[in-house]
Design a binder for this molecule. Structure first.
Ligand code: TYM
Length: 335
């Protein structure tokens, strides 16, 4: 708890361009929860270097991501929006937690398996211990709740295991966090291959809607989305994965249930449906584009936010880190 509020932590990697999956699976819920909780939203640039990055590009993407958090509706005066690399406690706690995590646990992580298959020439130790850094992110702030998409649930489960293990040895040091999944949009699939999740790193640009895509591009991508040879708009993930994904997107954007969406498009063809989905997404992203452009022009404001919020994050992170250092037996600091 901070004051009378429970704590929320979440983060996104500053790699690639954010997709509609990131927005509907995470960012949208972040905004919805931001009044109720004391929130920490990190741009997790330490995680980003587990795959090779161009330094200038990474810096640019990290800043754009930070601005996107604000453009999406998070008030940076109320929510602590900051760069993970500015708070060194993350690395210090990750090291300690490394010593409480088993190789066998990390070996089971599906994201590690996927990423090592994808980057077979660079299976580095950071990629392996990535989920421990993620646990450190969450536990440093004593987060009660962590809003994420479905693909991160396994990492959350590991975080809970590590925290529980640590607490069972040293007493109640860490809050055990709960994942938060939104009602719709927790797993948005590729528009070109609905058996895969929509991903920032997809090589086919038509597979993902990027949050920076303009209206025409968005509508064109939805028109090209893979569906099936029937013509009924019906939610059935096994038989109709493409159409079901579009229903999921439309439902998440408009707040309508799957049944309501099916009803709305009863008797209509795929062309009409795809256009409606495209337009709803374009309408959703319009204000975000406008706000992002405004923020991009206001360097001093963004710099101020970065400074203020990294100090705030550091304050809370240090409190937990000192407690942990004491528990494991490191000598006290003499001032
Ligand atoms: P990242 O950057 O891959 O994704 C950011 C958030 O977007 C969600 N997401 C999706 N949701 C629905 N459909 C999709 N197709 C989709 N693709 C991505 C993710 O579930 C995530 O919530 N390891 C994390 C970042 C991280 C983190 C943390 C998250 C680092 N430390 C601590 C929470 C708490 C990651 O790579 O997310």
């Amino acid at each position: 708890m901070i004051g009378d509020k429970k704590v929320l932590f979440s983060g996104m990697q500053a790699t690639g361009s954010l997709t509609l999956g990131n927005y509907l699976g995470a960012l949208k819920n972040w905004v919805a929860l931001s009044e109720e909780y004391e929130c920490f939203y990190s741009v997790v640039d330490l995680h980003s270097i587990t795959v090779r990055q161009d330094p200038a590009e990474l810096r640019k993407k990290a800043r754009n991501l930070l601005m996107l958090y604000i453009a999406a509706g998070l008030d940076p005066k109320k929510n602590c929006i900051y760069y993970q690399s500015h708070v060194s406690c993350h690395c210090e706690l990750a090291w300690i937690l490394d010593c409480f995590t088993y190789m066998g646990e990390l070996n089971r992580m599906t994201q590690f398996k996927d990423k090592s298959a994808k980057h077979a020439d660079n299976i580095n130790a950071g990629l392996f211990t990535y989920p421990v850094l993620m646990a450190a992110d969450i536990l440093l702030y004593q987060a009660d709740v962590v809003p994420v998409g479905k693909d991160q649930l396994q990492h959350l489960e590991l975080t809970r295991d590590i925290a529980g293990r640590f607490n069972s040895i040293y007493g109640d040091v860490f809050t055990i966090p709960e994942p938060y999944l939104g009602k719709a949009g927790a797993k948005i699939m590729s528009l070109q291959d609905p058996s895969k999740k929509m991903s920032k790193s997809d090589e086919n640009p038509n597979a993902s809607i990027y949050l920076t895509d303009d209206r025409d591009t968005i509508i064109r991508k939805f028109k090209r989305a893979v569906t099936d040879s029937e013509s009924s708009i019906r939610y059935d993930v096994d038989q109709k994965p493409g159409v079901s994904n579009l229903i999921e997107i439309y439902g998440a954007v408009t707040g309508k249930s799957f049944e309501e969406v099916e009803k709305e498009f009863e008797g209509k063809g795929y062309g009409d449906f795809k256009l409606a989905v495209g337009e709803s997404v374009a309408d959703l992203l319009d204000p975000l584009h406008t706000r992002f452009a405004e923020l991009s022009g206001d360097k001093a404001y963004i710099d101020g936010i970065i400074k203020e919020n990294s100090e705030k994050a550091e304050y809370y992170a240090t409190k937990t880190l000192r407690k942990v250092q004491k528990k494991v037996g490191f000598p006290e600091r003499i001032r």
